[in-house]
Design a binder for this molecule. Structure first.
Ligand SMILES: [Zn+2]
Length: 268
């Protein structure tokens, strides 16, 4: 059924009216049988690991990463590296989906550019070493993001919450990346996103909530949850004039392909 390729359960749980088990169960009862819990710093990545371990039977995977808005000093980067190495050499390596979210955010600019870039390069290298896909966040920084990805040899991963028009999409696709759309694609005013969501080939498309942010229409304005990903699937299918089942199937295949391709790459 549906896959939500990017969610933050830890941030969604800051809303005390809901429990971890309720969030996971609601996703499954809405047909969302795979969700990737995304780490945003070393502490969140460690939480994500334990969360995914608790819910491995519920289809939860996780990533280890440091968001460009999170502080990334040497100790933080080393902790992330140690966690990744421990998980990859342990018996639950298969629940680690990728490295990130990492990248550049010049919109919020919570960290200096140079420190964002350093953390980004470190995580590209970490992903490459372990044959893991990279989950990239880029806001008001597409040129620099693509430049670093190219210079550091990142050839596969996901541009999450894709922010651009079709020409930006083309550049991301040319790098070999998948493009993941979040709930903001459903907003009426998002003309550039509508254009790119109809342009991206089905075999490079992913769909996410980025919960608890960016709730799609018709739940816009409320706290977002993984079960809401179904609205974004429906919107994208309609926008593209494709059957919903075809979009669901394509996203599933893409998701599997990302896992397999990266795993294969490391063996070569
Ligand atoms: Zn995110």
């Amino acid at each position: 059924m549906y896959i939500d390729s990017h969610a933050h359960f830890d941030l969604a749980l800051e809303d005390n009216s809901i429990t971890e088990d309720m969030l996971v169960t609601n996703a499954r009862t809405h047909g969302v049988d795979r969700v990737v819990q995304i780490g945003i710093d070393a502490g969140s990545s460690r939480w994500s690991y334990h969360f995914a371990k608790r819910h491995a039977a519920d289809g939860i995977l996780f990533t280890a990463g440091i968001h460009p808005s999170s502080q990334a000093d040497d100790a933080e980067l080393r902790t992330l590296e140690d966690l990744t190495e421990a998980v990859m050499s342990g018996d639950s390596a298969e629940i680690l989906f990728g490295i990130g979210e990492c990248g550049l955010d010049y919109y919020r600019m919570r960290q200096p550019r140079e420190s964002q870039a350093r953390s980004f390069r470190f995580q590209i290298d970490l992903a490459n070493r372990h044959g893991l896909p990279l989950i990239v966040h880029s806001r008001d920084a597409m040129d620099d993001t693509l430049g670093i990805l190219r210079d550091y040899g990142a050839t596969a991963g996901i541009m999450h919450c894709f922010p651009g028009d079709r020409s930006a999409a083309r550049r991301v696709l040319d790098l070999g990346f998948y493009i993941s759309f979040a709930g903001n694609v459903t907003y009426r005013s998002a003309a550039a996103l509508h254009d790119s969501a109809s342009y991206v080939p089905l075999d490079r498309l992913l769909i996410e909530t980025d919960a608890p942010f960016l709730s799609p229409v018709p739940v816009r304005g409320k706290k977002n949850r993984p079960e809401n990903v179904v609205h974004t699937y429906r919107f994208i299918a309609e926008l593209r004039g494709e059957h919903l089942d075809r979009v669901i199937e394509a996203v599933r295949m893409n998701f599997m392909e990302i896992r397999n391709r990266e795993a294969k790459k490391i063996q070569i």
